[in-house]
Ligand binder design. Structure first.
Ligand SMILES: [Zn+2]
Length: 328
């Protein structure tokens, strides 16, 4: 990894300095104190340089493009997007996001690839990033944050997996209030399906912590998380506004012929953490299939409703958000 590229030189320098000190008969004690001080001085460099390693990101994006071309996704251009990242997965893949528009406005967060085998959800979010970047005028007074691939280890593994590289379903790992009492017991009661393992403790995974950090930083009013293949829209959020939002959703779903379901939420799920507990309008878009070949078609199918969700006028900051006009 490139942030460690100076490490060999530094170690050689330390060894040389230590040997010189020993030769000049400086006590071993003060020699080790010197080396420890040097290491402490270098520590902040290691921490603060982490997110700015563009070589690492470039390598990751090239790998991504290779995977995309296997799926026939030739129209995505991930290297043209000004991604940011500050943390990585177990296999050191950057957990990246991009923000567009006016950051002082209330934000909308988009998540894709939460489950690494839900392939078209990844296409949809990379395509959305392209679209927003190419149409800045449409979004200049909006704040749009897109994290297109939350589970890169699952997505990039030889045969893509729902769970991350620790075997954990990151949509069951959020630190919701009911997690300690229910997450593991419900998982056991439902037959210990490995695809839904919530982890040994909540927020144990970098992929979960990444989403929490984005929610804390951008304080979004709205979130859309794309999944597949259950084929519906699901909503979690402020119950005082449930009726008006549900009416709006019913209208949207009728327009695009996509079912609306109240699926409920699980211990440790995003809908529970953001929608139920923090009153953020949280929409789950379940695409009709996990077929990567359908990505382009799904973007065309859902583009209008995604744009309407971006433009849905809501006021206030979570937990006090509400829709101000549901006729649009
Ligand atoms: Zn999913």
């Amino acid at each position: 990894m490139s942030e460690y590229k100076f490490l060999p030189t530094v170690l050689i320098l330390i060894t040389k300095t230590r040997n010189n000190m020993l030769k000049s008969k400086i006590s071993i004690g003060s020699c080790y104190i010197f080396v420890s001080l040097l290491l402490i001085l270098l520590l902040p460099y290691q921490v603060f340089s982490y997110g700015s390693s563009s070589g690492e990101l470039k390598k990751y994006l090239l790998l991504m493009e290779e995977k995309f071309s296997n799926y026939g996704w030739k129209d995505l251009h991930p290297r043209e997007i000004p991604w940011e990242y500050y943390r990585t997965t177990k296999y050191k893949r950057p957990l990246m996001f991009v923000s567009f528009g006016d950051g002082s406005k209330n934000c909308i967060l988009f998540f894709g690839g939460v489950h690494g085998d839900e392939l078209p959800s990844v296409y949809l979010m990379f395509k959305l990033a392209n679209y927003v970047k190419e149409n800045p005028v449409l979004f200049k007074d909006k704040c749009i944050v897109i994290a297109p691939l939350l589970n890169p280890d699952g997505f990039l593994s030889a045969s893509s997996t729902r769970i991350n590289s620790n075997g954990i379903d990151i949509n069951r790992n959020f630190p919701t209030r009911d997690w300690p009492a229910k997450a593991i017991s419900q998982w056991i009661a439902k037959g210990k399906n490995k695809r839904y393992y919530p982890g040994a403790k909540p927020a144990s995974e970098q992929e979960t912590i990444f989403q929490i950090a984005l929610i804390k930083r951008f304080k979004p009013q709205k979130i859309l998380s794309a999944h597949s293949p259950l084929n519906f829209f699901d909503y979690d959020g402020p119950s005082s506004d449930l009726n008006s939002f549900e009416k709006w959703m019913e209208q949207i779903c009728k327009e695009i012929n996509h079912p609306l379901k109240k699926f409920g939420y699980y211990p440790g799920s995003l809908g529970n953490y953001a929608g139920h507990e923090r009153n953020i309008f949280t929409l789950t878009l379940e695409l009709p299939s996990s077929n990567p070949g359908q990505g382009k078609h799904y973007f065309e199918q859902f583009q209008t409703s995604i744009l309407k969700f971006i433009n849905l006028p809501v006021v206030g900051s979570p937990p006090n958000v509400r829709i101000i006009n549901n006729n649009k």
